[in-house]
Write a protein that binds this ligand. Structure first.
Ligand SMILES: [Zn+2]
Length: 340
């Protein structure tokens, strides 16, 4: 492995990030359009494989690199060579991430392209939006009687509907996939992940049903070139609500309401109690079941996983870190205000 290769790989990963950081909007002409093209292409290529290829590759690398270094140590090989090999692989993976998808973090988000401008709102506006979604959630309630494939088709239908209205949404998305080692992700406090190297939108298979379609749609929104977490949740919720599938619509309402009611709790405890008082008993049972499910995985490992995710998000132009997920509330309020 020649040294110039290693230097080139590192530069191709680092320079675009630095350039975009110094000049915001530098890649606006190419992203997310380019990212949507490459992501759609990769997802079409990898979708016939029923499991996430990039997840498998990640676990293979976790085993292979320590083994490679151990072999170098035992055979007293040139460690500088082993270092360069590792650097080339790591920086190639980073460069592919940057050029396939990572630069979306520096570009105009979907809400800006929709003309929405989330602004500070009053607690009254927050509560009235939460009441709107609470009533919608009560009306949308339907028991879970579906499967992963049917939900995938339903969400794709939602994205198709959005694509007719918004030019930055591509129609006919490939279905998401279930993570092979989803239990590991659950213990890390992560219910889904988008793998841009292969265009695979992945979720934990045993995600509680009311949370499942919205999580699938969130990861599929990332594949549409949506970088920021609140924006991915927002587009995912819209895709769910556009679907003709009743349970998928229920999931979109459920996801939106949970975020809104959490925001109400932070601002007005009495209003929060009032909000839940008039919630359908069956929805409350779904919420309790979801909390009990995630409680099984709580512990130091999930704390560590969330800390890593928080650090990653802060490094990716999201100074709020994991709190960014909750900012979907601002987008929901702005969207409702724009709808009139
Ligand atoms: Zn996400």
């Amino acid at each position: 492995m020649k040294r110039p290769h290693a230097v080139l790989c590192v530069y191709s990963a680092v320079i675009p990030f630095l350039a975009a950081g110094f000049r915001p909007g530098l890649f606006n002409g190419w992203f997310p359009a380019w990212s949507r093209v490459i992501s759609a292409l990769m997802s079409k290529i990898t979708s016939p494989v029923p499991f996430p290829l990039a997840e498998l590759a990640a676990y293979a690398a976790i085993i292979a690199f320590p083994a490679y270094w151990a072999a170098s140590f035992i055979r007293r090989r040139d460690f500088r060579r082993a270092g360069r090999v590792t650097l080339v692989w790591a920086s190639s993976v980073a460069a592919a991430f940057v050029w396939f998808w990572g630069l979306n973090y520096f570009c105009a988000p979907p809400s800006a392209r929709m003309g929405l401008s989330p602004a500070p709102v009053t607690v009254e506006t927050l509560i009235s939006t939460a009441v709107y979604y609470r009533d919608g959630l009560n009306a949308a309630y339907t028991p879970y009687a579906s499967d992963f494939r049917e939900l995938s088709r339903a969400i794709a239908g939602g994205f198709n509907s959005l694509s007719e209205r918004y030019g930055f949404i591509s129609p006919n998305p490939a279905p998401p996939k279930r993570l092979t080692f989803g239990t590991v992700q659950s213990y890390l406090g992560i219910s889904g992940v988008y793998l841009p190297w292969t265009g695979e939108a992945c979720v934990v298979g045993d995600t509680p049903p009311p949370h499942l379609p919205a999580t699938m749609a969130h990861e599929m929104a990332h594949r549409q070139g949506v970088g920021h977490e609140d924006e991915a949740s927002f587009i995912g919720i819209l895709a769910c609500l556009e679907s003709e599938h009743p349970f998928t619509r229920y999931s979109g309402m459920f996801y939106a309401f949970i975020h809104l009611s959490n925001a109400v709790l932070r601002n007005d405890r009495d209003a929060y109690a009032e909000l839940w008082k008039d919630l359908d008993r069956r929805v409350i049972e779904d919420r309790i079941a979801m909390s009990l499910h995630y409680a099984k995985y709580e512990g130091p490992v999930s704390d560590a996983g969330r800390a890593v995710n928080d650090t990653y998000l802060k490094a990716m132009q999201q100074p709020e870190g994991a709190r960014r997920y909750g900012l979907v509330v601002d987008l929901l309020i702005a969207h409702r205000a724009a709808a009139g």
